[in-house]
Write a protein that binds this ligand. Structure first.
Ligand SMILES: C=CC1=C(C)c2cc3[nH]c(cc4nc(cc5[nH]c(cc1n2)c(C)c5CCC(=O)O)C(CCC(=O)O)=C4C)c(C)c3C=C
Ligand SMILES: [Fe+2]
Length: 343
């Protein structure tokens, strides 16, 4: 029997330093997130980052935490439930980090008689620190604990026309009644090194003006290309002017060069350029989370207004949007085999 496992990033169990610390430890000790030799990752993560970050992150989580729990988890649960209502096959939810593990998700499916799983990493764009680590972990768990299960992965949907239409419609709705003079597409950042590491040709990605717009097989695993592609396709559907839009990357750690321009620097630049009414979209995330609700909706607004901006909105992620739910259900329901994946 077929079944679906939706997987997102995960959250700590509560917004306290006590729960944030083990969660960040699992997350940042992932070799696809902090990709140094293990001894060095140990020093960076356990010797430096985890000494101070859990307290700071817990404070940030406290600002956005809901009565039912972490927004990312609660939204993902509601989404999974709604997708379940539109398909006959069992739908389970797992998280890459934290207590809602991929193993529990696969076990839930197995208990319902599933032996063929469609794995859906809930990330529109491919990055080794998001999409790839979900797939690697799921395959590891499958071969260790569920050898009888067949797992097929839905590819990154960053450029799928149906997805772009659903996203564009939700952005248009979010923009209703807001007079903007600029729209910023803010994506989660990654270290530039990750782009080069994910380039199968080992020479295409130069992270310059042209590599992302020059055809290459490297684009299948290039996060930067895929962020540009999502942006351009949305702009085309909504008829957005080039001078009124730009792209930026948020949420960096203070190590290595990360993808530029940085979102927080863009807030200042745009305000100094006289853009006073800013709408921010966060299409690397399908569900609102710490990085959108705290960093963009709260901190970002503060930064932009401090820099001279007058009005600011963050357009919510797709969350439980009914078109998004129906599209996911359509992908699930039209999946027959590895050869006929809907993307
Ligand atoms: C869009 C997908 C994501 C990529 C790519 C990604 C890369 C990445 N992230 C960190 C470090 C942190 N990210 C944190 C939170 C966080 N990251 C994503 C998504 C991607 N990360 C989400 C959805 C969230 C929010 C989770 C939630 O519970 O709401 C955090 C934790 C919080 C904090 O302290 O800010 C860290 C740390 C790295 C280093 C990285 C790529 C190398
Ligand atoms: Fe992150």
């Amino acid at each position: 029997m077929k079944g679906v496992l939706l997987v997102n990033l995960g959250s700590p169990d509560s917004p306290t330093a006590k729960d944030v610390k083990p969660y960040l430890d699992e997350f940042l000790m992932d070799e696809r997130v902090i990709d140094t030799p293990k001894w060095l990752r140990n020093i960076i993560v356990r010797g430096i980052i985890l000494q101070t970050r859990p307290k700071k992150s817990a404070e940030a989580y406290s600002k956005i935490w809901w009565e039912e729990g972490s927004p990312l988890i609660v939204i993902s649960e509601r989404f999974a439930q709604k997708v379940q209502e539109q398909t006959q096959m069992p739908v389970a939810l797992g998280m890459r980090y934290g207590s809602m593990t991929i193993k529990k998700g696969l076990q839930e499916l197995k208990d319902k008689g599933v032996d063929e799983v469609l794995l859906v990493p809930l990330y529109p764009q491919y990055a080794m620190s998001s999409f790839e680590t979900v797939v690697v972990k799921a395959m590891e768990v499958q071969s260790q604990d569920f050898p009888e299960m067949k797992v097929t992965t839905l590819p990154a949907f960053y450029g799928n026309q149906d997805y772009i239409e659903v996203l564009s419609k939700s952005i248009a709705k979010g923009l209703q009644g807001f007079e903007y003079d600029h729209i910023l597409f803010s994506y989660h950042g990654i270290p530039e090194r990750h782009i080069r590491k994910s380039d199968p040709t080992k020479f295409h990605c130069k992270i310059d003006q042209s590599c992302c717009s020059t055809n290459s097989v490297a684009h299948h695993t290039c996060y930067r290309h895929q962020c540009f592609a999502t942006t351009e396709k949305v702009k085309a559907i909504l008829g957005l002017e080039a001078t009124k839009t730009s792209i930026s990357f948020q949420s960096r750690l203070p190590n290595d060069p990360w993808l530029k321009p940085f979102t927080d620097f863009e807030f200042e630049r745009l305000a100094k350029e006289g853009k006073t009414k800013l709408a921010v979209i966060t299409p690397a995330f399908v569900a609102d989370c710490l990085e959108t609700l705290e960093e963009i909706a709260m901190e970002g607004k503060h930064q932009f207004l401090e820099a001279g901006g007058e009005s600011y909105i963050h357009i919510p992620c797709l969350n439980e949007n009914e078109d998004w739910v129906s599209l996911m259900a359509k992908w699930v329901n039209t999946w027959e085999s590895e050869e006929t994946l809907p993307i």
